[in-house]
Write a protein that binds this ligand. Structure first.
Ligand code: NAD
Length: 473
């Protein structure tokens, strides 16, 4: 069993108030982790503040080298890290290995981009030098979820560290040993205090969000994100929020219903439905609904998934399915809690759903495909657009006019036409409404982790006493 420790000011320290994480495959204990107290949070933030100025002055190429070395360390231990990740969260080992490889790739990408990331000169008075420079923001609190813990953490930590920020990292209480092992691999390349790690649940995260940091970067649920945004508003920190989604999938008339059902199954059931961009609700045109549903049931019955993250989460997912059935939905497959240890839940298909059902309205975050049959593409688009969330959406259509209308109409960060997953490297979007705020990925994340300073540098001129015009003001 892993015994997780905090990393504060370069020292690994045991903590109190231990919580045990249970393997959702079979109910055995995997790890035990302490909860950082407000004093420990304050100590980590103070150490980060002390270390930040020196790290900010370190040459960007040297910071990039540290990140490259960290990427090699994570890559070398990827097998062991994947087993820990799998046993804490239920993600199948092969999927865990793939997501760690993605995290390593992200670290390398930020090492390359960070060393090249600069400002620009301005066309000012030829006697002066005017330029814009990107500076690190200072201390970044990085608070991360369990559902893709290594890939998500590598993104935030890589972008923050390479641009010269010190980081206090709080991994999810549902994957503490994964975060701890990752930190053990990353931290040796950085001066003490530049990267600290605190274990703990929401109270530790809340203490960190209320601490005197410069950025609070949170990837997680919308409710926690809203709380963090309020805390950041009080301290003056910048909040960077990548939160939940209730992504719609629209299936137009005229598409191959067998292909569309394959896309729907992949979107709804991959990672047992525990992806921020999982398909959470499906609007299918009545012309293809019957064949689509029949194939979706077959796909669900053949789809191999791991368990949900824990029994508490399974209870929440099953509760939404039961509530939908009580409200008139039809269960086509799945929907039953199996006896025995672990947190298993089968791929589930519901038809005759309505927008008022929680399973359609909320982010269920489980392997559930709620299907709403609609009479027209316009109706599907209208209903897909109506959500408190604004993360992503997928539309399956062979009609170019419908595709154009879809991407223009849907007020979400990411629109995918004819593929539930995919997109070019470097893509980043602004999530809308309850889904968050700011760029969470790609080169654009470097902008979030830095602030721009504009400098006007001019020699003293005896003729005018050195004064220029006041400019904007
Ligand atoms: P969560 O918000 O419950 O927890 C995430 C982190 O926030 C954890 O470290 C937790 O301890 C901390 N936390 C919780 N409450 C807090 C508070 N009040 N103050 C400070 N910290 C707090 O989310 P989760 O259940 O771990 O993750 C699943 C959610 O993450 C889903 O909603 C999913 O859509 C979202 N997610 C979004 C993205 C994205 O890029 N948009 C990516 C992955 C996951």
């Amino acid at each position: 069993m892993h015994v997780v420790e905090h990393l504060i000011a370069g020292e690994w320290t045991a903590g109190g108030d231990l919580a045990t994480v249970i393997d959702p495959h079979d109910g055995t204990p995997v790890s035990t982790a302490p909860a950082a107290t407000p004093d420990e949070v304050a100590a980590a933030v103070a150490a980060a503040r002390d270390a930040a100025a020196g790290w900010a002055r370190t040459a960007p190429a040297q910071r990039a080298d540290a990140l490259r070395a960290a990427a090699v360390a994570v890559e070398r231990s990827a097998g062991a890290l994947a087993r820990t990740l799998s046993s804490e969260t239920g993600k199948p080992v092969a999927d865990a290995e793939a997501s760690i490889a993605a995290g390593v790739g992200t670290l390398r990408q930020y090492a390359e981009l960070g060393a090249l990331y600069g400002g620009r000169t301005l066309a000012g008075d030829p006697g002066a030098l005017d330029f814009m420079v990107r500076e690190p923001r200072g201390v970044v609190a990085a608070i991360t979820p369990w559902n893709d813990p290594v890939a998500v953490s590598c993104g935030l930590l890589g972008a923050a560290l390479v641009t010269g920020n010190a980081v206090v990292y709080k991994p999810s209480e549902r994957a503490p040993a994964t975060g701890w092992r990752l930190t053990r691999l990353l931290a040796p390349g950085f001066p003490p205090g530049v990267l600290s790690m605190l274990a703990g649940a929401a109270p530790t995260g809340a203490a960190l969000a209320e601490a005197p940091v410069d950025v609070v970067a949170h990837v997680g649920s919308s409710a926690a994100g809203r709380w963090i945004a309020a805390a950041a508003a009080r301290t003056g920190a910048k909040a960077l929020l990548e939160n939940g989604g209730s992504d719609p999938l629209v299936v137009d008339a005229g598409v191959d219903p067998v292909w569309a059902a394959g896309q729907a199954a992949l979107g709804a059931f991959a990672n047992a439905g525990q992806l921020c961009v999982s398909v959470e609700r499906i609007y299918v045109h009545e012309a293809v609904a019957e064949d689509f549903l029949a194939t979706l049931v077959k796909e669900a019955d053949g789809f191999e998934i791991g368990p949900l993250v824990d029994v508490r989460h399974r209870t929440a997912v099953h509760g939404e399915v039961v509530a939908a059935l009580d409200a008139g939905a039809t269960l086509l497959t799945g929907g039953a809690v199996r006896d025995g240890p672990g947190a298993w839940y089968p791929p589930t298909v519901l038809s005759r759903c309505t927008d008022e059902m929680r399973v359609v309205e909320n982010e269920t975050f489980g392997p559930v495909a709620p299907v709403v049959t609609v009479g027209s593409f316009d109706e599907a688009l209208r209903r897909a657009a109506r959500s408190a969330y604004g993360l992503a959406a997928t539309v399956l259509t062979g009609d170019l006019d419908h595709a154009q209308r879809a991407w223009r109409t849907l007020e979400v960060g990411t629109v995918k036409i004819n593929a539930v997953f995919g997109g070019a490297p470097g893509g980043a979007a602004h999530p809308r409404r309850d889904s968050g705020e700011g760029f969470g990925h790609g080169p654009a994340l470097l902008e979030e982790m830095t602030a721009t300073k504009v400098v006007h540098l001019r020699p003293v001129s005896p003729a005018d006493g050195g004064a220029g015009s006041p400019g904007r003001g």
